[in-house]
Every structure is written in C-alpha cells, then in structure tokens.
Design a protein around this ligand. Sequence first.
Ligand SMILES: O=P(O)(O)OC[C@H]1O[C@H](OP(=O)(O)OP(=O)(O)O)[C@H](O)[C@@H]1O
Ligand SMILES: O=c1cc[nH]c(=O)[nH]1
Ligand SMILES: [Mg+2]
Length: 219
Amino acid sequence: MKVINFAETNSVLNQYVAEIRDVQVQSDRMRFRRNIERIGEIMAYEMSKELTYSEKQVQTPLGIAPVSTFDDDVVIATVFRAGLPLHTGFLNVFDRAGNAFVSAYRYYKDKECRTVDVHIEYIATPDLSGKTLLLVDPMLATGESMELAWKAFLTKGTPAKLQIACVIASQQGVDHLQRLFPGDEVSLWCGAIDPDMNEHSYIVPGLGDAGDLAFGDKL
Ligand SMILES: O=P(O)(O)OC[C@H]1O[C@H](OP(=O)(O)OP(=O)(O)O)[C@H](O)[C@@H]1O
Ligand SMILES: O=c1cc[nH]c(=O)[nH]1
Ligand SMILES: [Mg+2]
C-alpha cells in the first residue's frame, strides 16, 4: 500500500488539521465539521490526479474544445458518524459520484474499556463492481473500522480500484492496513500520521473523538 502523508508537505490543509486538533477551536462544532469537509475537498482534488484520464471534445458556443477528464466510475464510501463531513467534502468535488455508507462503530468489550471491537449493522451502496472506490473516514486508529467497512462493501461487488483517505491516522492503523493491502495497488492518503494510541485506542496526540466533536456526545 502506498502511503501519502499531507503533513510532510506545506499546504493550507495543515491549517485545517491544526484547527480540528486545537482544544481552543475544536469545540465550535460547525467549524469542526467545516474543517473536516474542506480537508476532504483538498484530498479529493489531490486524489483526482491518480484517476484515469482521456481527451474529450466539448462543444462550446464558438467551436470544439479538447479537454482531458477522468473516466473512473467513482463511488465515495464512508463510515457513520464522523465520516459524514469528510464524505460531504469529497462529494463537493466529485459531485457526480455514487455514494456508499456503512455504520461501523467501536465499542469496548471489557468494563475497563481497554479492548475495542467494531460492530456493523447498516450498509447502503450501489453495485461496486468495477468502480473506483474512495473509502474515507477521518480517523484511522486500530484500523478495525476501515477493515470491516472494506469487507462489508466487498459483499456488494469488487471495485476496480481502492483509494483510502483519513484525516488523522495512528502509525499502528497505517501498519494494520499495510498488512491488509500489501503491494502498491491501494493508496492511503493521510492528513497526518500520529505515533501513538492510548489505552482506550484513541490516537495520541490525535484530536479526541471525531464523531462526538462533529455531532455531540453519544450514549
Ligand atoms: O480505527 P478504529 O480503531 O476502528 O477507530 C476509528 C473509528 O473510530 C471512530 O468511530 P466511532 O466508533 O467513534 O464512531 P463515531 O464516528 O460515530 O464517533 C472514527 O470515526 C472511526 O470510524
Ligand atoms: O482517536 C480516535 C480514535 C478513534 N476514533 C476517534 O474518533 N478518535
Ligand atoms: Mg467516535
């Protein structure tokens, strides 16, 4: 799996990542969601460069214009809840894309909240056979949610191409996906890669709980 880490380059994306992490800023939920969304818009633009292009002829009022556009049949897939603003950012850019959703939420199997498991209930997706699947979720911690979402989507057809995007990844989550996707067919695009996770499998330094910051606490 190829890994692209936007934190290694200088761009305005880093400003938005700083704001979603910043305890002084992240409590403004609308700003938090909008920052995730515009990180998605920028990632979508960068990822669009990796699609397959061919020249088209466009009829203008005054003649024919040759233009190179992509031919991929794009489907944007995300994981409830925190994935929703990131999905919106991608859809703002790939406005003709198909859309796929899965509910994958983490829960603690033990009362000490040290062992995380992931539960999937709901999946809504078009046929994914032959599609270019953009699987996006703001947080990549243990990698369980991303892995289970991928396996759930695979039951609805085998995509021709998979590109994964997350805003904050743990090194462990990157390594987990590296084991799942050996070779360089799949690319993982990260806003930043953080070194650790705490005992509750939250990314450190991370940003906290992305779903709660975007939509409020859950029971
Ligand atoms: O890599 P993992 O260890 O699976 O953790 C990452 C997942 O955890 C968060 O979802 P959560 O389960 O908190 O649900 P939420 O998005 O509704 O908050 C986040 O949105 C990712 O989906
Ligand atoms: O740090 C983390 C890890 C998983 N999910 C989150 O929302 N934050
Ligand atoms: Mg959460």
